[in-house]
Design a protein around this ligand. Structure first.
Ligand SMILES: Nc1nc2c(ncn2[C@@H]2O[C@H](COP(=O)(O)OP(=O)(O)OP(=O)(O)O)[C@@H](O)[C@H]2O)c(=O)[nH]1
Ligand SMILES: [Mg+2]
Length: 304
């Protein structure tokens, strides 16, 4: 049985109580001053918005305010700038899913970021839309990784294509594509390793897996989702860079947003990497998963 995802405002409570609440507090002062901008800059940096994006935001806002601009008006300008950053790169996830027989989706990201859990939630999401799903356990370096995906597969009631631990992950992808074709499955989601034994290059391997799918399925992969752990802060950005350099990442899953008091990481992801955040994962249950909605996200951040 599938379950419907829930709206995203409630899990954002932590982010809201964190630094964004303090930003809202800044704009409750009677008038804007030099300190307002300094404090805003410090708070944006603390909230993971990142140096380049923060500097650009402050410059844009300062250029917009006039001597008589009220703090509440400045806050609206900030909200609208933040929204624009996200909106510029936003697009739907797999918009033409039903136009092709098989859609191939890779889930990549460093170890522990939330890939396998997110795959279960994404599989549940597809089932809720009436689309057939198959999972592939291409993280073959840890036996536990294969077992974990199988457990989720049972819970969501989708089949998992797996081989023995240590098997060639390329062969798993190859098998999974053949299985998806023979079952007329609409969406194949591939779990990948987050870390490999030393000396073996993770990025090379990911590239190889993507190539296997590219050769076998027209225009594959159709999405390559990078899972970013919202609690890792600026580290998440350097991870994003490494993955985006190795494989063509098409979008981001922001995981563990429920555990993060920040959440500002979405802005540099959009502004500096030009990547849309497509989903937010907000807990350990299947339904803790929502399509990322920039307006709802911004409104949620500033609500009291
Ligand atoms: N609170 C919270 N925990 C999460 C979320 N997503 C995943 N987790 C937890 O984070 C831990 C790691 O998640 P996994 O899905 O195993 O991460 P992974 O990227 O597959 O990890 P590796 O396979 O080791 O590379 C688990 O304990 C999950 O339950 C989330 O949205 N919120
Ligand atoms: Mg995993």
């Amino acid at each position: 049985m599938f379950s419907r995802p829930k709206p995203m405002d409630e899990p954002l409570a932590k982010t809201r109580r964190g630094f964004f609440n303090r930003i809202a507090g800044l704009f409750q002062q009677p008038k804007l001053s030099e300190e307002t901008w300094e404090e805003l800059e410090a708070l944006l940096l603390q909230g993971d918005v990142g140096a380049a994006t923060t500097i650009r935001l402050i410059e844009t806002l300062r250029a917009q305010v006039k001597p008589g601009t009220l703090p509440a008006e400045a806050q609206l300008m900030l909200k609208s700038e933040l929204y624009n950053i996200l909106k510029r790169v936003q697009r739907p996830y797999l918009p033409d899913v039903n136009d092709r027989l098989l859609n191939v989706v890779f889930m990549v990201g460093v170890n522990g970021s939330g890939k396998t859990t997110s795959i279960a939630k994404l599989a549940n999401y597809h089932k809720a839309r009436g689309e057939t799903v198959l999972l592939a356990a291409a993280d073959t370096f840890r036996a536990a990784a294969i077992d974990q995906l199988k457990v989720w597969g049972e819970r969501v009631d989708v089949e998992v294509i797996a081989q023995q631990p240590g098997a060639d992950p390329g062969a798993v992808v190859y098998d999974a594509i053949a299985a998806a074709r023979s079952r007329n499955t609409r969406v194949l989601i591939i779990d990948t390793a987050g870390r490999l034994q030393t000396k073996y290059n993770l990025m090379q391997e990911l590239h190889k897996l993507v190539e296997v799918s590219r050769r076998r399925v027209h225009e594959a992969p159709h999405e390559t989702l990078l899972v970013v752990d919202a609690t890792t802060g600026q580290n998440g950005l350097s991870q994003a860079k490494a993955f985006a350099d190795a494989v063509s990442v098409t979008g981001v899953v922001l995981a563990k947003l429920d555990s993060s008091a920040k959440g500002g990481i979405v802005f540099p992801i959009a502004e500096e990497f030009k990547l849309p955040v497509l989903f937010a994962a907000t807990g350990e249950h299947l339904t803790d998963w929502s399509e990322f909605d920039p307006q709802a996200f911004i409104d949620g951040l500033f609500e009291h």
